[in-house]
Design a protein around this ligand. Structure first.
Ligand code: GLP
Length: 264
């Protein structure tokens, strides 16, 4: 695992967007795992900008989102499909037929989950998985006690998650979906590379547990410690509680392998 501390949330999002763009240029058929949430909006706005200004090409890229709510009507403005359209898909030259999300409206949810896993496999697996982190430490919607080997499946959301995401779902607790389909922790760990972005002081405590605490299914983000190529990009506010932050800074400034990340 590598931790890269950037001075501001904006610089952290810039770095994540630049890394995505670099891998997309190197491999136009990139299979890109996407995340939602407020943090990611900054990454997507930068990718849209790169598409407009530098012609960053999404035409051959395939995307798989981490998760989707269950029970939202078709075209709901609170669905993650809608979020992705708004923040990325309709603003770049991606082929919508190459964009996949778990089907939270399927009549047979377990079958939809199996199909999702098959589709990821058919494209050779995820090359790069983007992640945020929930207030309770989830990745995707892998809530406490998610098996570290779990696959795409249905999960009930915790009160912490309902409180965090409620405002994005219209703010009415009665209409907020309480269940979602999510890639499993095991699905996420099979991605070739992982890039997690966390910004803001509200994430500092859970981030320190995720990066430096013991691996536990109570906090699914701790499973990332098992991954062989996981980069965590944070701003100073989110890095506040990291015990090793001086060491991570030293590495960034001194180790030759970190040179490309110093000025981006
Ligand atoms: C939701 C998503 C997670 C994401 C989290 C972070 O819960 N299911 O994948 O990591 O939001 O949200 P935010 O960036 O708004 O803090």
């Amino acid at each position: 695992m590598e931790v890269i501390i950037q001075p501001t949330a904006g610089r952290a999002a810039d770095l994540v967007a630049q890394l995505v763009a670099k891998w997309l240029r190197e491999k136009p058929h990139l299979v890109l795992g996407l995340a939602t949430g407020r943090t990611m909006e900054n990454v997507y706005s930068r990718l849209v900008q790169m598409h407009r200004v530098e012609g960053l090409d999404f035409s051959l890229c395939r995307t798989f989102n981490l998760d989707e709510y269950i029970g939202l009507g078709e075209g709901s403005p609170f669905s993650y499909r809608h979020y992705m359209h708004q923040h990325l898909f309709r603003q770049v030259n991606i082929d919508l037929r190459n964009t996949y999300l778990p089907d939270g409206a399927a009549a047979n949810l377990p079958a939809a989950c199996r199909r999702y896993e098959d589709q990821i496999r058919e494209f050779g697996g995820i090359d790069l998985q983007l992640l945020g982190i929930g207030a309770g430490g989830h990745i995707g919607f892998n809530e406490p006690l998610s098996a570290l080997s779990s696959r795409t499946r249905e999960k009930a959301l915790t009160q912490t998650t309902l409180d965090q995401n409620g405002p994005l779902c219209g703010g009415d607790p009665k209409t907020m979906p309480r269940r979602a389909l999510t890639m499993g922790v095991g699905t996420i760990l099979e991605a070739e590379r992982i890039l997690l972005l966390a910004t803001g002081a509200s994430k500092a405590g859970i981030l320190a547990k995720a990066i430096e605490g013991p691996i536990t299914s109570m906090i699914s983000a701790t499973a990332l410690q098992l991954h062989r190529s996981c980069r965590i990009v944070v701003d100073e506010d989110a890095a506040q509680k990291l015990e090793g932050k001086e060491y991570y800074r030293w590495l960034l400034q001194n180790e030759p392998e970190w040179a490309p990340y110093r000025d981006t």
